[in-house]
Design a protein around this ligand. Structure first.
Ligand code: NAD
Length: 485
């Protein structure tokens, strides 16, 4: 098998790899040493116009293709992804800077997602509705939106491409994807595998480039029917404003400030490594990262000490060293994170461990895993998404205060509750305003098709599982009077 090749400075439009209309290019940098690893096309309005036109032309044929056949094509795509999973793992790891094992995990998850929606394509059904008298029939038909625009961030690009493109295609839509200019290679590799799997030209298009150019051109395009935006809250708000001009529905998956809540009866041997992992996986650059640690006062010192020890033990290295944590994705991202770290001590926070750059090895954008104590609810490091390996610890007493503190945030993505008491766990799960709750684990490990839901400023979406298939359809309601013939 040949190595997986990502065409240099090319975008996938109408089934062909083409340069940007004006031949512009952008470098993609290795987060571990700032060297250029690839060049991508710098797409703009003309490229987006061409991709949207291709997707529009392909839509009627794809929507009319039997769902079983659409599922079979997605199944072939999933099989190719499985064959190339190690290649994809390397692409993702190097592009984002995460350890190879993290890239591998993402590639396997992406494969599983595509396979899931391959199987779901011919299981999408409407409902029959009750009628007031027997001579009526009522039912619904789920229909694809049409041309779906998907705009993605850089932190888990391979997985997020699969999570948005696969359900859209399974439901009969065509797609134009704009990956992040910071880490676009995983989505480009997945698109090449989709092409090899035999997806018809125009069904899945990728335009690369800057947010202010290709991104804006796509999300404000007058011939798209649906937008999926995954990224920061500020950009999501701008995208929604642009979409409102054209009355295009928007699915938003935005930032987070997720709490790990540890009650005194929690199994700390299970909780501590998971808490450390929740803020160091992908160097803390995950929307669901466990960036707030709320600890019951009676065990606060012990937990702080054990978490700090766990953070100090995290081994830093480049993607191919495959240790525990890599650098941040870019110089800008590191400057942003260091800004929080410079500010917090001045406001009274205590740096328990970390708190600065980590110069291993040489030129990468590394930040030391950091624990901050004595933080206050008003501090920026407690309120804003840092998107780095920075954990802020706060104490609480009793379930009511724990819930109050969990909810003391603009975000509502994930909440993790650590306790042996089922009533306390379920009360907290019920009362927290978050789209996802985990009990005695971090995130959704072990649950198939877990809906990736969000509340408050984290967005609104059903970005995972069967619900995602519904997100990519609109429902038509049909009422029939059965005439007496
Ligand atoms: P970002 O908002 O800067 O960029 C996201 C995408 O939007 C990129 O492709 C970018 O090029 C594009 N973009 C930028 N400006 C645009 C504009 N004006 N119009 C249209 N598109 C534009 O986000 P980022 O820095 O790439 O990613 C980090 C953010 O993503 C974090 O806030 C993180 O929480 C969030 N995220 C959320 C989820 C989720 O599922 N909730 C998952 C992963 C990441």
């Amino acid at each position: 098998m040949s190595a997986l090749e990502i065409p240099v400075a090319r975008q996938l439009i109408d089934g062909a790899w083409v340069p940007a209309a004006d031949q512009g290019e952008l470098p993609v940098l290795d987060p571990a040493n700032s060297k250029v690893i690839q060049r991508i096309a710098r797409g703009g309005q003309a490229d987006v116009d061409a991709a949207v036109a291709a997707a529009r032309r392909a839509f009627p044929g794809w929507a009319a293709t039997s769902p079983t056949e659409r599922g079979a094509l997605l199944g072939r795509w999933a099989a190719l992804v499985m064959e190339r999973v190690e290649d994809l793992a390397r692409v993702e790891a190097r592009d984002v800077g995460k350890p190879l094992s993290g890239g591998r995990m993402n590639a396997f998850i992406a494969q599983g997602i595509i396979e899931y929606f391959a199987g779901a394509a011919d299981k999408l059904t409407g409902v029959t509705l009750p009628t007031r008298t027997p001579d009526y029939l009522g039912f619904t038909i789920p229909e694809p939106w049409g041309v779906c625009a998907v705009t993605l961030p850089w932190n888990v690009p391979t997985l997020l491409s699969a999570a948005n493109v696969a359900p859209a295609l399974a439901a009969g839509n065509t797609v134009v994807l704009k990956p992040s200019e910071v880490a676009p290679l995983g989505p480009l590799a997945l698109a090449e595998l989709a092409r090899e799997a035999g997806l018809p030209p125009g069904v899945f298009n990728v335009v690369t480039g800057l947010g202010a150019e290709a991104g804006q051109a796509l999300t404000s395009h007058t011939d798209i029917d649906h937008i999926s935006f995954v990224g920061s809250t500020a950009t999501g708000s701008a995208v929604m404003r642009a979409a409102s001009e054209n009355l295009v529905p928007v699915k938003l998956e935005l930032g987070g400030k997720s709490p790990n809540v540890v009650f005194a009866d929690a199994d700390l041997d299970v909780a501590i490594p998971a808490i450390v992992g929740s803020i160091t996986e992908n160097a803390g650059q995950n929307c669901y990262a466990g960036s707030r640690l709320l600890v019951e006062e009676s065990i606060r010192d012990e937990v702080t000490e054990r978490v700090a020890a766990g953070m100090r033990a995290v081994r830093l290295g480049t993607w191919d060293m495959d240790l525990d944590m890599g650098p941040l994705v870019s110089r800008e991202q590191r400057e942003r994170v260091l800004g929080f770290l410079e500010e917090a001590p001045g406001e009274g926070a205590r740096v328990v461990t970390g708190g600065a750059k980590a110069e291993v090895p040489d030129e990468g954008w590394f930040v030391a895993p950091t624990v901050l104590d004595r933080v206050d609810r008003g501090m920026r490091v407690v309120r804003e998404e840092v998107f780095g390996p920075v954990l802020a610890i706060q104490g609480f007493t009793g379930t009511a205060q724990a819930v109050e503190m969990m909810n003391d945030t603009d975000f509502g993505l994930l909440a993790c509750i650590w306790t042996d008491d089922v009533s306390r766990a379920l009360r907290a799960a019920k009362e927290v305003r978050a789209g996802q709750v985990a009990v005695n684990q971090f995130h959704d490990a072990g649950v198939i098709g877990f809906p990736f839901n969000m509340q408050k400023d984290s967005g609104f979406s059903a970005g995972g599982g069967y619900a995602a298939l519904r997100e990519y359809t609109q429902e038509k309601a049909v009422a029939v009077r059965l005439l007496d013939r």
